[in-house]
Design a protein around this ligand. Structure first.
Ligand code: CA
Length: 335
């Protein structure tokens, strides 16, 4: 008996944070509990776990020493004090890039709520104050360890939802973001479709490469923009047709569209559901739209309750990205 228990413990340890019990719909913590703490800080991830997130998101870019760090953009001048600490390190375009700094250098920067790099104006004025507390940039491994640790200490499993940020741009800079990230994920027990992990990306060509050339066997999600096409040539409008969805389902397991492709709002504030979720389900794809924000509701949408009802009850989405883990968790758990 003791031996069996030991073997089971070993298996759990080796599996890392994988195989979360999955009930639908999923509450996905967008950049952590970013409505309450600066996005992508470990503090925001801990709060999201405590608030009952099913999955916690990591946006990923590479540092100069090839380490994936958890940041929403390849630029670091909208969430850190880099312009003060390393004023001479901007590129010709006036921007500061994570790729030009080692992890040790990135660790010297203070992270704050997102602001406009030119005006200094905060994007969400009512969120965590700029002047209080100290936050730092985290690496992917630091975050995976934090989530693994919280899964064990609380007994409540949260999965991971890494996004590869601009892999085409990284390759143009001579770097292979996807390869580095997938190796780390595999090392932490995220490698197959049974594991509690979705890898997401806006670039269709990169997702095909991940599946066909890099041999990734885990779940993939194609992110979809509101615009018809993207810079890398991905035609989102075409992919959102019934035929397009059937085609992409050969490579990915789900799509992440903006809210506006799933539900629109009339002048009277009534929800109108599009055909996207129905068509995606017919193709065998899950749908995880982005982003639910109580301080930035879609135009004409009257409330968070109305938004949640439209997405979950009317449209039948399989999960949502939310800045307010607790509010979305409460809505889902009440039903
Ligand atoms: Ca993201």
């Amino acid at each position: 008996m003791k031996k069996i228990r030991m073997i089971l413990t070993m298996a759990t340890l080796l599996a890392g944070g994988s195989q979360a019990a999955e009930t639908r719909p999923l509450v996905i913590a967008h950049r952590g509990a970013s409505g309450y703490l600066p996005e992508h800080t470990l503090a925001a991830k801990a709060m999201a776990h405590g608030q009952g997130a099913d999955y916690i998101e990591q946006d990923l870019v590479l540092s100069k020493d090839d380490v994936p760090v958890v940041l929403h953009d390849v630029h670091i001048d909208t969430v850190t004090d880099v312009a003060k600490v390393f004023p001479e390190r901007k590129r010709a375009d006036g921007r500061f890039y994570a790729l030009d700094f080692t992890v040790a250098e990135l660790k010297r920067l203070r992270v704050s709520e997102r602001f406009d790099a030119k005006t200094g104006e905060r994007v969400f004025p009512r969120r965590f104050p700029a002047e209080l507390a100290e936050f730092r940039i985290a690496t992917l491994e630091e975050e995976l360890q934090l989530i693994d640790g919280m899964n064990r200490s609380t007994g409540r499993m949260a999965g991971v939802y890494p996004e590869l940020k601009q892999p085409k741009w990284h390759r143009e800079q001579g770097r292979d973001l996807s390869k580095v990230v997938l190796q780390i994920l595999a090392r932490y027990g995220y490698a197959t479709k049974a594991d509690a992990c979705f890898v997401q990306c806006f670039e269709w060509e990169e997702l095909k490469r991940i599946r066909n050339e890099l041999g990734w066997e885990g779940r993939l999600v194609l992110l979809i923009e509101g615009d018809a096409t993207s810079e890398d040539g991905t035609n989102y409008d075409e992919m959102c047709t019934p035929a397009g969805l059937i085609k992409i389902a050969q490579t990915v397991q789900g799509i992440g569209p903006p809210l506006g492709r799933v539900v629109t709002w009339s002048a009277a504030g009534e929800a109108k559901v599009t055909a996207l979720v129905k068509d995606a389900h017919a193709a065998g794809l899950v749908v995880h739209p982005y982003t639910v924000r109580s301080d930035a509701l879609p135009k004409r949408c009257p409330s968070m309750a109305a938004l949640h009802a439209a997405l979950f009850r009317d449209a039948g989405v399989d999960g949502v990205f939310t800045d307010f883990t607790d509010v979305t968790r409460a809505w889902v758990s009440a039903r």
